[in-house]
Write a protein that binds this ligand. Structure first.
Ligand SMILES: [Zn+2]
Ligand SMILES: [Zn+2]
Length: 266
C-alpha cells in the first residue's frame, strides 16, 4: 500500500459528512417534506451539499416539473443543491428503470441514483422472494453474487452520471450477506465505479455498503459520498451509522497499510 492513502483516510470523514446526497421530497409518494423544507434543513445542519432525489419509474412524467421547482427555490449561502432521480436496477444487463425522455445534465437532473430495490435477474427484476425461491431451487450463492456484481458493473458502464444508492441492501433481503462477496468481486465492482466516474453512497438508512466494500472503493479511487436517504426533513444530514462504517473502513485500509509486527518479521 502506498503512503498517499495514509493522508486520504483521516481527511475523508469530516468532509463526507458535510454532504447528504440522497434526500427525498413530496415528489416521492412515501416522503413527507417539501423541497424547501429539505433545503432549509440541509442549511441548518451545516451541510455544504445536498442532492434532492426522488423516486421515478419508466412511466414517470413529472421530472421537468421537479427540475423547475428546484430551480425556483431560494438557496441559502454556502449550500450547493444538486438533483437526482432514484430508479431501480432492472436486470443483468444493467438496465435502469428511468423515463425514456429523462434529461441528465444541463436542463435536467444532475444524476441518476440507482437503487438495488430488486435483484437484477437474467430475465428482468426478481423480487426478494422470487430470488430466495431461485436460491432454494438450486441457484448457487456464488452465481447469484456474480449476477449482482456483473449487473452493477454494467449499470455503472451504461448510466452516465450514475450514483449507486444503498448498494448491496438487496443481499440480506434475499438471504445473502455482503461478506460473501469477497475481495475479488468487491475490487471489480469498485474499479468499475472508479473507471466510470460513478458515485457510491454510504447510506445511513440502510447502513451499507459495509467496511470492506468502502475500503475497496477507496483503494480503487472511486468517489464516495454520504447520504441519509431521508424521507423527512429532520433526518437530513444526520449521521450515526455512516461515520461508524467509514471508521471501520479506514481501520481496514490502515490495517493493510501498516503491517503488524509479525508480518514485518516474515
Ligand atoms: Zn432506494
Ligand atoms: Zn431513496
Amino acid at each position: 500500500m502506498s503512503g498517499t492513502k495514509a493522508g486520504r483516510v483521516p481527511g475523508l470523514l469530516p468532509d463526507l459528512l458535510l454532504g447528504d446526497f440522497h434526500v427525498h421530497s413530496t415528489f416521492s409518494d412515501d416522503a413527507q417534506s417539501t423541497l424547501a423544507e429539505n433545503i432549509a434543513a440541509a442549511s441548518a445542519a451545516g451541510l455544504r451539499t445536498v442532492r434532492l432525489t426522488d423516486h421515478v419509474r419508466g412511466a414517470t412524467t413529472w421530472v421537468p416539473e421537479f427540475v423547475t421547482a428546484v430551480a425556483a427555490e431560494r438557496i441559502p449561502a454556502g449550500l450547493s443543491v444538486l438533483t437526482g432521480v432514484e430508479a431501480k436496477l432492472l436486470d443483468a444487463t444493467g438496465a435502469v428503470d428511468t423515463p425514456a425522455d429523462l434529461v441528465v445534465g444541463p436542463g435536467g437532473v444532475d444524476a441518476v441514483v440507482i437503487g438495488d430495490h430488486q435483484f437484477p435477474g437474467t430475465d428482468g427484476p426478481w423480487s426478494p422472494r422470487a430470488t430466495r425461491e431461485r436460491l432454494d431451487a438450486g441457484l448457487s450463492d456464488e452465481d447469484a453474487l456474480d449476477l449482482l456484481i456483473e449487473a452493477s458493473i454494467r449499470a455503472c458502464e451504461r448510466t452516465p452520471h450514475a450514483q449507486l444508492a444503498h448498494w448491496f441492501s438487496i443481499l440480506p433481503k434475499v438471504g445473502l450477506d455482503e461478506a460473501q462477496l469477497g475481495d475479488e468481486r468487491l475490487l471489480a465492482w469498485a474499479q468499475a465505479a472508479a473507471a466510470t466516474g460513478t458515485i457510491v453512497e454510504v447510506n445511513e438508512k440502510w447502513g451499507c455498503p459495509g467496511p470492506a466494500a468502502i475500503a475497496a472503493l477507496q483503494d480503487a479511487g472511486a468517489r464516495i459520498v454520504a447520504s441519509t436517504d431521508s424521507h423527512l426533513a429532520t433526518d437530513v444530514g444526520r449521521y450515526q451509522r455512516v461515520p461508524a462504517l467509514l471508521g471501520a473502513a479506514a481501520a481496514l485500509v490502515g490495517a493493510e497499510r501498516e503491517p503488524t509486527e509479525r508480518e514485518r518479521a516474515r
